[in-house]
Design a protein around this ligand. Structure first.
Ligand code: G1P
Length: 271
């Protein structure tokens, strides 16, 4: 059973400057609510019971967002008839019961961030989501958990991208099983176009086995000097661990770039 989800939130958000000079990108509103809440709602619908947020001391505002009791209590006292206020406070309290925080204070990469959660993971498999990657119209986490039950393996979400953009993503070498699923034979973090084995990209939804922590412990920095989860996944694949790629049916919104972020509100408002 997959009941825990890790969400790395310590990233600097440089692609969304200047907004991220004061606000964590995950709290930026998308059609009226923080991007992060879409991710939480997707997980809760998929049966997740506990979230592990990896934040940094610079991004404490994320914790404050879920623990701002003084603010809500004062306001509710002042405006006791305001229903919306009570609904919003109840929603925040529901989320926060499920969240644990760990800290990554130097941005050494996603792999380093995930390693910080090692002692909190209770079952063999866990879900990991990149908060920049919204998937709407069909719950990707639900589909991946179903697939995990069928294959008893690790699962990574994927999408075909433009060949000239491969250096923005982790890229798979694959063998198709059917229209939506494939065996992952290899994965390379942000390859240049001449080295890319396909144009199927890693999108930020992963079901991983806790054996990845052992690999992460000794993972050397890779592309741009960062410790990448992709490189540890690659080691596990080369050691014959089974990884399935899932080409999800929902619509992908890349909220980690300014263009994508602006477009995401427009797309969600049309749902
Ligand atoms: C990360 C991963 C990359 C993946 C991408 C999906 O990159 O390292 O493999 O394709 O998320 O959004 P980042 O967006 O942190 O540069």
């Amino acid at each position: 059973m997959i009941k825990q989800a890790i969400i790395p939130l310590a990233g600097l958000g440089t692609r969304l400057l200047p907004l991220t000079s004061v606000l964590p990108k995950e709290l930026l509103p998308i059609n009226g609510k923080p991007g992060l809440e879409y991710i939480l709602d997707e997980c809760i619908e998929a049966g997740i019971k506990e979230f592990i947020f990896i934040i940094s001391s610079k991004k404490k505002m994320i914790k404050h967002y879920f623990f701002n009791d003084i603010f809500y209590k004062k306001l509710i006292r002042k405006k006791p008839r305001n229903k919306r206020l009570k609904i919003e406070y109840a929603k925040i309290k529901k989320y926060r019961k499920m969240i644990k925080f760990v800290y990554q204070n130097s941005p050494k990469g996603t792999g380093d961030a995930i390693l910080k959660c090692k002692n909190l993971i209770k079952s063999n498999f866990f879900l990991m989501l990149m908060p920049d990657d919204l998937i709407i119209k069909k719950n990707c986490s639900i589909s991946m958990i179903k697939l995990h039950k069928k294959y008893r393996s690790s699962i990574i979400a994927s999408k075909k991208v433009n060949r000239r953009d491969v250096s923005r993503w982790g890229i798979f070498n694959l063998k198709k099983i059917d229209k939506r699923n494939f065996i992952i034979k290899d994965v390379i973090e942000k390859p240049n176009i001449t080295k890319a084995p396909s144009n199927y990209a890693v999108i930020g939804r992963y079901i991983l086995h806790k054996n990845i922590f052992k690999i992460l412990k000794n993972q050397r920095p890779g592309k741009n000097g960062e410790i990448h989860i992709t490189d540890s996944i690659r080691s596990l694949i080369l050691k014959k661990n089974k990884f399935i790629g899932h080409i999800f049916a929902g619509k992908y919104l890349d909220c980690g770039t300014m263009h994508g972020y602006i477009n995401s509100s427009h797309q969600i408002s049309r749902l």
